[in-house]
Each structure stands twice: as structure tokens, then as C-alpha cells.
Design a protein around this ligand. Structure first.
Ligand code: F58
Length: 837
């Protein structure tokens, strides 16, 4: 039964206990009634005639009813309380994952619901699987936003996540003949029971046109924006329940629509086509998530998306603030806005526009308010990922915003001049406008100047940011910089997705660890307890069996659950070096071919990840992995000792299957390239050992779990730079390392590609003539480290001790810790404990 932290019948009925409240009751009987009720009144069917989707929807509606009570109570209380500063997490991406299971865990009624559904005669597992996940993100950045929403709610920090309700999320991936094929993600096609549209809170967003000066009724000279078109933003809210707490936040995603269904003036003049086109153009803004990974692409629609959701969200916050008698200049006292990367950075100028043009504040007051409102998280070290918008495009689309940016820039550069009178170059580097032939608006600079805090997402990342791409900003504003190492939610990534491990942990150290992840430390002594380790091993093997059967069902490859599951799941990108992993597989393969009886520890190599549709090399890498799989999996000499699996369609649902089943986690990016990584945390927390470089959060993971429980290899970030500066010659390594030489020649032999010797040449040429991600430099170190991994695997007892110690020492990487860091150091906000009468 659920605990009394939840608002239930008593809370809502002021002490009068009903037998069963169909909307709020949390026991099995109430849940059954609620499901039957929703089947009938929402889905229009009796249980006997219900499809699995009907049942999924009815179960979800029943759960949503329960969440709504928490959410409404929370926000009634929070908005009225003058002293509360709310967090607003602005992110172009939220990779939420399926909602049903996670909400049941948060409400602590997973078992009750399972029983209710089962007793009604339905298969609960199928009901869970029925959910189409909202894939409203590309990868780590979007998933981090969702982990943070979970932690904000669980720590009872009043917060709203703001983003875009993309009609099509990240594409579904299929593999045809070894190549990636992208399929549109129609996640809304069977309905989304979790969201509530709130058209009464719609806002208008301006685009195009021009600006003009005018005098208001008291003769004050002001500027205003006369747009050429206006788009409507409609909010859709999804509850974000905390784990075992009463309060509930929400995520507000904006859908774009035309302000009128038809442009009647065009229609009346007979221009039916134009009228329809305008409607389509407006709706296009929230149509599709851009599937870019890391690389910045200057598409006009993307800038529209960024401004659209920034403007909608700020207007929404300002409306709430003013409705509660707040003054415009006190906006920052009510809202702490976190910019998740530069995608919402235009918000800095938009808040200025609202304060100046709509609230009629003077510049100084408006700028002080703005600068105390925003904080900015950077997620990348790749200079090519820094967003900048062509000035002409910007001006045509957002003329008033550009004017404001010019003014911010003018005043800011005056300040820079005063601070660094001798240094002319710093002016051009810090300027919000880049003038390198063509002119651009630099979004990272806008975010930096408009925020009171700037943070990186892992220690190394923050250090490198300060040393390299944001170095001038450190000179200008040394006190703005913070490091906040990323984290992950243990509720979704252990409690929900690894029930076996959760139960084992709870049995031994109690059930509060999901809220206080450092309590996992209490597991340390069990790392040397044979009985515990045996149970731990059984959990892992069961998870591997489950994954094996899914692999067999979906792609027809039979894998051996007792082989080592060596896993690399993440976006496919050259800097993440999936091809280094491939070089290792082929090294083992060639060792077998030259001596079929060689001792090889059985391994299943599992890859899972999407490539950006326009990223040629990444797509070729997928083809290479599949070609290697085809060869190795069917080679008689290999005798199933190594298997290679490329599992299509990496998403949160699939991810939840994979982390619990991994033995070895591949975190092998070139040092200095991966800002943090969060998959690395999910694996280690589920008891996989890591083979990794000193990159991103790997460094901190290794420090926590102990150097002896982490397989380290490779150049450090500073060695990477040194090697590059010293005329790095990958060919020298190629010519002097026999195994590497054989592998590269093998790839080009045509054996992997039906005799086509050129198919993979772009990959091998890139390695031999340039090798920007230093695969060849790291190859010998990687291979010998992998040999140590294999040796260690032979000693299962040792391996399990290391794995248990990994779990026990991962407490730091709870997203609750990250959010606490943000609260204390950046947002200066406190929990708000909802009182239950
Ligand atoms: C990722 N960035 C970092 N960007 O690569 C990863 O190291 C880090 O752990 C994670 O952020 C969270 O901090 C990332 O996922 C994107 O997907 C962008 C989405 C929008 C287009 C450009 C890339």
C-alpha cells in the first residue's frame, strides 16, 4: 500500500473517508474502478471489448487523475507565496521516455496497478509496452533535461520545464542492408493521455516586419515591433511527479498554430492557396525536432523554433508574475531561468523586449532584472557546435530582437573597453556579433552576457571551457563560472528499469537509497560477501537473458547470455569513436583467423545509436558495424565466441533494457571532446565496469569507484593537444603496429563489402590521413586495455566484486545531487514542502 505522503481521499475530502475515490484512490480496488470508468467514458468500450491501446489509455488517464491533484495543489500554493522563487528550465529538448511506469514508481503504486490490470484480465507488460515514448530530444542533452525535471520534483523544488511539443520527435531508425533508414516518429498517432492542452493560456509570437518609434500617452518615446505575421503558441502540460512526495511540477510544451484557422482576407480575395500556406507555415514551427547531433546547422526554421518557445515561455512566466501582483522589475525574484545550452539564449533579448516595450521599464532596470534572471549551461566543447545566426536572417525574422542585441552589445563592449583598454582583439572575440566576412549573431555570447552564472557539465569540461572557448569570458566575469557535474535519475534508471537489482539493494540496505543515492555506500561490504555476489550475478544474468531474447525477437541474432556483454550505446559520432571499438573487434577476429584455437573470452559486442541523417561518416560507420557483424556472426572459425549486434532504434524505452544487462561500458571518446556523458553513469550504476578515456565525467566516475575498478586507457586531453601540435602522423603508427596494419588492410580488402574495396575507404582514409580523433594513437593502448578486461573477466569473482563496488560508489551521480548543486549555488532556491491538511 502507498504511504501517506500522497494526497488521497482524506486530503481532498477534508477527513471524510470514502470507500473508494475513483479519481484519487490508490489501492487496487480504486484503481480497477478507475480503469473501468475510463474505458467506458473515455474509450467508449467495456473491458471485454477493449484493445490493448484502450487499456493503456484508460490506465494512463486513471494515473493522470491522481497526478493532477498533486499538481494543482502545488501550483496554487506556490504561485501565491511571494517568497518562492520558481525554477524555469528552458530546453529545446526533453527526452522524456515512457511515462506510465515512471509515474507508477513515483506514486509508489506500481504493484497495486499491476495487480489491478492483471485482475481485469490484461497483460500488464503489454500495457507498459504499448506506450509510444515522446522522443523529443536527440540524446544526452534532452535526456538530462528530463532527469532534472524528475529531480526537481523529487526534491520538491517548484519548477516548470518549458519546451516545444514537436509533432514528430527524433526519427525512428531501421536498418536495411546494414544502412540506417530514418522513419518519421508519429508518436502522437494513438493519442497522448498525459498532456492537457490549455488553449486559454495561448500567447502570440511576432515574426518579421519592422520596428518603429512612437510616443505613448504621456509623451515617452518608445519603440515597437510591427510584425509581418503572428503565430499562436498553445501550451500542453504534462505532470512531473516527484518520487514519494506530495508535490508535483509540470512540463509545459508549446505547439504552434496560425492565429486564425484561415487568413480570411486572402481567402475572400480568392487566394485560397496563400491562406492555407500561412496556416501550414505557422504549424510547421513545432512540427519536427531537428535531428542534429552536436553540429550546429543554421536553418531558418530552427531559429523560428528557438524564438517561438522562448517567447511563449517568457510571456507565460511574466503573465503569472503580474497576475500575482508582482512588479516587472522583480521578475528575477520569482523566476530563476536556466538556459539549457544556447537554444533558448534568445530569451535574454526577449525578456528585455518584454520589460522595455511591454512593461515600459527603462534600459538599466530592465537589464539588471534580466541579468539576475538567467543562468546558462554549456554542453559542448566542439567549436563547430556553437550556434551563430546569419545577421540577415536574424534581422528579417526578429528585427526588434536584433535592435536590442545591438544595444546590449554596444553597452557591453563599452564596459569591455574600460576593462581592457589595451586589448583590441578581445573586443571582437567578446562581441555578440561576429564579423568574419559574413556577419553572425553569436548565441553563446548572448547567453554569457545575459546570465549571472555559466556552468559546464563535468569538472574537466568546465576547466576546458574556461581555458578555451569561454576563456575571454573568464577574464571578463571570473565569478560567473561554476561546474555542475551531470547526474541521472536513479528512479527511472534503476528502480524502474532494473527491478531485480533494486530489490536486492533494498533487501540489504533498506528502501531510501533512491532518494539518497549516497546510501549505496552501505553496499561496499557486500562486495566481499559471496552470497550477495551470487545474487548480484543472478540479477545480471537474468537481465542479460531478457535482453538476449529481445535481440533474438527483433533482429534474429542468437547471443549467449553468459558471454561478456560489451556495450556502446550513444549517438554515432566520430569523436565518440565507435570505430575504435570496431578496430578491436576486427583485431580479435583476425587473431582467431590466424589461430582458430586461440583462447578468447566469449563476448557479445552490442552497438545501439542513431546517426544524424545528414552525417555521412556516421552513417557509414553503422554500415561498417553491420558488415563486421555479418561476417563475424557467420564465420565458422569464430564459433560464436564473438558476436556483433547493431540493435536498431535507440530510445529511452530500449535504453532501459540495455543498461541493466551490460557487463562492460564503452566510454572511449577522444579526451577533451565529450562534455560529460551520462550513459557512462547509467551503466556503472547498474553494475557494468567501464573501459574509458579520461574524458568528461569518466574522470569523476573513476575517482568515485576507485582506479582499480575502472579500465583506463588513452591519451589525456592535454596529450591530445600536444600530439596534434607535434605533427601527428597516423601512418607511422599504422606502419609499425602489425595488428592495426592487418585490420585496416582487412577493412579495405573488400571482404566486408562484397568485394567493393572503396566502400569503407572514407573511414580508413580519414584515419590514415589526418585521424582528427586520434584513433590510431590510442589503438595500442585500447587493445592492451581490452586484453586486461578479458583477463579480468576470467576471474568472475573479482569482476563481481568490482561491479558491486561500482554500484556502491555511484551515489554522486544522482541527478538529485546535481539539482541540489544548482539550487544552492546558482538558483538560490529552497524546497517547498506541500502541506497536506
Ligand atoms: C551532450 N550534448 C553532450 N547535444 O555531448 C554530453 O557529453 C553531455 O553529457 C550531455 O549533452 C548532457 O550535458 C548533446 O546531447 C545535443 O544533442 C544537441 C541537441 C541540439 C542540436 C545540437 C546538439
Amino acid at each position: 500500500m502507498s504511504e501517506n505522503f500522497l494526497i488521497n481521499n482524506q486530503g481532498l475530502e477534508s477527513g471524510k473517508m470514502k470507500m473508494c475515490n475513483i479519481r484519487t484512490g490508490l489501492d487496487k480496488a480504486c484503481l480497477k474502478e478507475a480503469i473501468i470508468d475510463h474505458l467506458f467514458y473515455k474509450q467508449g468500450c467495456e473491458p471485454e471489448g477493449a484493445s490493448i491501446n484502450d487499456v493503456y489509455l484508460a490506465v494512463s488517464y486513471a494515473l493522470r487523475d491522481r497526478l493532477l491533484h498533486h499538481g494543482l495543489k502545488t501550483f496554487d500554493a506556490v504561485l501565491e507565496d511571494e517568497d518562492i522563487r520558481l525554477v524555469s528550465y528552458l530546453s529545446a529538448e526533453f527526452l522524456m521516455g515512457p511515462q506510465l511506469g515512471a509515474n507508477l514508481i513515483d506514486l509508489n503504486i506500481f504493484d497495486e496497478m499491476r495487480q489491478a490490470v492483471t485482475e481485469l484480465g490484461f497483460d500488464f507488460k503489454l500495457v507498459l509496452e504499448q506506450e509510444e515514448e515522446p522522443g523529443l530530444g536527440n540524446g544526452g542533452l534532452g535526456r538530462l533535461a528530463s532527469c532534472y525535471m524528475d529531480s526537481l520534483a523529487s526534491l520538491e523544488i517548484p519548477a516548470i520545464g518549458y519546451g516545444i511539443r514537436y509533432e514528430f520527435g527524433i526519427f525512428d531508425q531501421e536498418i536495411k542492408d546494414g544502412w540506417q533508414v530514418e522513419i518519421t516518429d508519429k508518436w502522437l498517432r494513438y493519442g497522448n493521455p498525459w498532456e492537457i492542452a490549455r488553449p486559454e493560456s495561448s500567447v502570440n509570437v511576432y515574426f518579421g516586419g519592422y520596428t518603429e518609434q512612437y510616443s505613448n500617452e504621456i509623451g515617452k518615446v518608445l519603440r515597437r515591433w510591427v510584425p509581418s505575421y503572428v503565430v499562436k503558441g498553445i501550451p500542453y502540460d504534462t505532470s512531473e511527479m516527484g518520487y514519494k512526495v506530495a508535490s508535483c511540477n509540470f512540463l509545459r510544451l508549446w505547439k504552434s498554430e496560425a492565429i486564425e484557422s484561415f487568413d480570411f482576407s486572402s481567402f475572400n480575395h480568392g487566394d485560397y492557396y496563400k491562406a492555407v500556406m500561412d496556416k501550414i507555415e505557422s504549424e510547421n514551427i513545432s512540427k519536427i525536432l531537428y535531428p542534429n547531433d552536436e553540429l550546429y546547422v543554421g536553418k531558418q526554421l530552427r531559429l523560428k523554433q528557438q524564438y517561438f518557445f522562448s517567447s511563449c515561455s517568457l510571456q507565460d512566466m511574466m503573465r503569472m508574475h503580474l497576475e500575482n501582483q508582482g512588479k516587472p522589475q522583480d521578475f528575477h525574484k520569482k523566476w530563476a531561468i536556466q538556459l539549457n545550452d544556447t537554444h533558448p539564449a534568445i530569451s535574454v533579448a526577449e525578456l528585455m523586449r518584454i520589460l522595455l516595450d511591454e512593461c515600459k521599464l527603462d534600459w538599466k532596470t530592465a537589464w539588471e532584472t534580466t541579468q539576475q534572471t538567467f543562468s546558462y549551461t554549456n554542453h559542448t566543447l566542439l567549436p563547430e557546435a556553437l550556434e551563430k545566426w546569419p545577421l540577415d536572417l536574424f534581422k528579417a525574422l526578429l528585427p526588434r530582437l536584433l535592435e536590442i542585441i545591438y544595444e546590449i552589445n554596444y553597452r557591453f563592449l563599452e564596459e569591455v573597453k574600460r576593462r581592457f583598454p589595451e586589448d583590441n582583439n578581445i573586443l571582437s572575440r567578446l562581441s555578440l556579433i561576429e564579423e568574419t566576412g559574413s556577419s553572425y549573431v553569436r548565441m553563446a555570447n548572448l547567453a554569457c552576457v545575459g546570465s549571472y552564472a555559466i556552468n559546464g557539465v563535468a569538472s574537466l569540461h568546465t576547466e576546458l571551457l574556461k581555458k578555451n572557448i569561454l576563456n575571454d569570458w573568464v577574464s571578463m566575469y571570473p565569478d560567473k563560472f561554476y561546474n555542475i557535474t551531470n547526474g541521472i535519475t536513479p528512479r527511472r534508471f534503476v528502480v524502474l528499469s532494473n527491478p531485480g537489482l533494486s530489490k536486492l539493494i533494498t533487501k540489504n540496505i533498506g528502501d531510501t537509497w533512491p532518494q539518497y543515492l549516497n546510501e549505496l555506500k552501505k553496499l561496499e561490504p557486500f562486495a566481499y560477501d559471496a552470497n550477495f555476489k551470487e545474487q548480484f550475478r543472478q540479477v545480471k544474468i537474468e537481465n542479460k537473458r531478457i535482453l538476449s531474447s529481445v535481440i533474438k525477437d527483433r533482429i534474429g541474432i542468437v547471443v549467449n547470455p553468459s558471454s561478456m556483454f560489451d556495450v556502446q550505446v550513444k549517438r554515432i559520432h566520430e569523436y565518440k569513436r565507435q570505430h575504435l571499438n570496431v578496430l578491436h573487434i576486427l583485431t580479435l577476429y583476425l587473431r582467431i583467423k590466424s589461430n582458430p584455437d586461440i583462447e578468447i573470452q566469449p563476448r557479445t559486442f552490442i552497438f545501439w545509436g542513431k546517426a544524424a541523417p545528414g552525417y555521412f561518416m556516421a552513417k557509414l560507420l553503422i554500415k561498417l558495424i553491420n558488415s563486421v557483424g555479418n561476417l563475424v556472426n557467420n564465420d565458422f572459425d569464430v564459433r560464436d565466441r564473438i558476436k556483433v549486434v547493431f540493435f536498431p532504434d535507440f530510445n529511452v524505452k530500449n535504453a532501459q533494457l540495455i543498461y541493466p544487462a551490460a557487463d562492460l561500458s564503452e566510454q572511449i571518446s577522444t579526451s577533451g571532446k565529450e562534455a560529460s556523458g551520462t550513459g557512462n553513469m547509467k551503466f556503472a550504476l547498474n553494475g557494468a565496469l567501464t573501459i574509458g578515456t579520461l574524458d568528461g565525467a569518466n574522470i569523476e566516475i573513476r575517482e568515485e569507484v576507485g582506479y582499480e575498478n575502472f579500465f583506463l586507457f588513452g591519451l589525456t586531453a592535454s596529450q591530445v593537444i600536444e600530439v596534434k601540435q607535434n605533427n601527428y602522423d597516423p601512418r607511422f603508427i599504422y606502419e609499425n603496429n602489425m595488428e592495426l596494419n592487418a585490420v585496416i588492410k582487412f577493412i579495405n580488402s573488400g571482404i566486408l563489402s562484397n568485394g567493393d574495396r572503396n566502400l569503407f575507404k572514407p573511414i580508413t582514409d580519414n584515419l590514415l590521413y589526418g585521424d582528427p580523433y586520434l584513433l590510431l594513437a590510442d589503438y595500442p593502448l585500447y587493445i592492451s586495455c581490452q586484453d586486461i578486461v578479458a583477463e579480468t573477466w576470467k576471474d568472475k569473482d573479482k569482476w563481481n566484486t568490482m561491479a558491486v563496488l561500482n554500484v556502491a560508489r555511484m551515489g554522486k551521480f544522482s541527478s538529485d545531487r546535481s539539482i541540489n548543486d544548482y539550487c544552492e549555488n546558482i538558483w538560490k532556491v529552497k524546497p517547498f514542502k506541500l502541506k497536506i491538511e
